[in-house]
Design a protein around this ligand. Structure first.
Ligand code: PLP
Length: 538
């Protein structure tokens, strides 16, 4: 009873102090009081609730422009069933753009670096020339281009300056979350790509562990060996150890060894949907059970498949459950600049709730340049990518994505079955969507030599290792060339068969040697030297 009274009293003191703090600003005494009372049990939660209310009021106060805008149109929280006609999207765009602060009025003193006339025309043309020709499935290039042009010089660093960008970002995140079966608690961020999403996720879980489990001084994450190298990069950047676990004979993670890799230092489990190498979806539900058993968070990297698997599943193909339907999944990454068919520089990072996302943010309030905070790795965030991501999802619509997935799956199936019939070649494992890896099942057909012969005819082949194989992601621009590709591949396998000298010709010999080297440190040195050589004007 006494304890309860104490608690109520404390909460009261805390409420009064915070209110004073927010009304009168910081004084030394108030600061000190707040610091002290935060240490009492339960007080932090009360402060958080109070803070949330105060912040909501604050946002309403400074958010004058947004009210009319939000009221005028329902918020897009789902990808529309039918792709929205371009003319309609352009009208919406011009409406929103019209409400943005006009840069040419000269009233903004930060965030944008404008310049007059011809110069901008020139860089815009360069931008358009090199941003097209990506994977723009439904030829909505023109539309995506219009959006990127309109918002090209806007900056999402400060979410209050350009309300349209904030709307685009929040709605893009919400549309992605609902596509991946997240409920209304799922929150997220638009990032510059899969790697930024992954780097951020790892940083977030590291910081979460630092707060919740301060006794863990050497944090570890567990991931199958096929997980994208961005996780290794994140581990290096943020001083976390990544523990890789091997695959079984079907190229799925060996779950026994995955589980055995968990230690008291583990802060995060990772799985992919699908892994890029062979296009196979990890058994997310089973890994989810392991996560539950150990009380660990689980990130599903759906950078590659996030915008393809939902449609493949809807088409009736067998896709293992991979998203927020698995209760143990705490976050996901999905790239719009892959099968979302947006412009390069766009990925979505989602968290099951803000309880995790809050560890992602960076805030610094002592800079002479003002209060600084940023949600992701970048400071300045390009408006063009945010606007065109929103346009891409709304223009494709569920029907556009479905049509596209259907065509790509047809093409993929045709490729896979033909390749299985090519003597000496086969597909690795049972891929789940629009990608696969080709390997040799005949000692007389060196797959790297096949790649070499294909390259000599102008095909760009993606060589992989452990085991040696060739990766293919199937995209709309492959559809009209499928027969040509399959004929060339059949021919190449024939050419190579029995001709051992092909295995040592050209790059096949080099890649073959690399694949066999037990110690890869020298290869890493080689790769770093390679970059030094390539990234120079000399
Ligand atoms: C492409 C990819 C990434 C990294 O994304 P980037 O946009 O290239 O940085 C991460 N995970 C998977 C599975 C991917 O396919």
């Amino acid at each position: 009873m006494l304890q309860l009274l104490n608690h109520i009293l404390l909460s009261y003191v805390c409420i009064v102090t915070i209110s004073l703090f927010l009304r009168k600003g910081a004084s030394g005494v108030l600061n000190a009081v707040i610091k002290r009372i935060r240490d009492f049990p339960g007080v932090d939660t009360i402060i958080d609730v109070l803070l949330a209310t105060k912040v909501r009021d604050f946002v309403r106060q400074i958010d004058r422009t947004d009210e009319s805008q939000v009221a005028s149109r329902p918020v897009a929280v789902r990808i529309p069933e039918k792709g929205i006609p371009h003319e309609q999207l352009l009208v919406e765009m011009h409406n929103l753009k019209g409400r943005e602060v006009k840069l040419e009025d000269g009233r903004v003193f930060a965030y944008v670096y404008t310049s007059e006339g011809e110069h901008y025309d020139c860089i815009q043309r360069a931008y358009e020339l090199f941003s097209e020709g990506t994977a723009a499935g439904e030829c909505h290039d023109g539309l995506v281009g219009e959006f990127s042009r309109a918002f090209m010089h806007e900056n999402a660093l400060n979410p209050m300056i350009f309300p349209a960008l904030r709307k685009f970002e929040n709605e893009t995140v919400a549309m992605t979350a609902s596509m991946l079966h997240g409920d209304h608690n799922v929150v997220g961020l638009l990032t510059s790509g899969g790697s930024e999403s992954i780097l951020l996720a790892v940083k977030t879980y590291r910081d979460r562990a630092r707060t919740l489990f301060p006794h863990i001084t050497n944090p570890e994450i567990v991931a199958p060996i096929t997980v994208h190298p961005a996780f290794v990069k994140a581990a290096k950047y943020f001083d976390v150890k990544i523990v890789h676990t091997p695959l079984d004979d079907n190229f799925c993670p060996n779950l026994g060894l995955y589980k055995a890799a968990i230690t008291p230092n583990t802060i995060l489990l990772v799985a992919s949907a699908p892994q890029y190498c062979h296009g196979i979806v990890d058994p997310i539900d089973k890994i989810g059970k392991i996560a539950n058993e150990f009380g660990l968070p689980l990130h599903v990297d759906a950078c590659f498949g996030g915008f393809m698997l939902p449609w493949v599943e809807k088409l009736g193909y067998e896709v293992p459950i991979f998203d927020f339907r698995v209760a143990a999944v705490t976050s996901m990454s999905a790239d719009i600049h892959k099968y979302g068919f947006g412009l390069k520089g766009s990925s979505v990072l989602l968290y099951r709730s803000n309880d995790i996302r809050k560890y992602q943010y960076f805030a610094y309030s002592e800079w002479p340049g003002g209060l600084f905070a940023s949600p992701g790795l970048a400071g300045t965030r390009p408006g063009a990518n945010i606007a065109s991501s929103w346009a891409a999802l709304r223009s494709m619509g569920v029907d556009g994505y479905m049509r596209n997935a259907q065509q790509l799956m047809n093409t993929t199936n045709k490729m896979k079955s033909t390749i299985e019939d090519i003597k000496g070649l086969c597909i690795i494992g049972q891929p789940h969507m629009t990608s696969f890896a080709i390997r040799s099942n005949d000692p007389d057909v060196d797959i790297l030599a096949v790649a070499e012969v294909m390259e000599s005819q102008g095909w760009k082949m993606e060589r992989q290792q452990l085991p040696n194989c060739l990766h293919c992601s199937v995209l709309p621009h492959h559809i009209p060339h499928t027969d040509k590709f399959l004929a060339a591949l059949t021919q190449a396998a024939d050419t190579v068969r029995g001709n051992r000298e092909f295995s040592t010709k050209g790059l096949a010999g080099v890649y073959g040697m690399v694949a066999k080297m037990p110690d890869k440190t020298l290869i890493n040195d080689f790769l770093i030297q390679f970059f030094s050589e390539v990234y120079t004007t000399k």
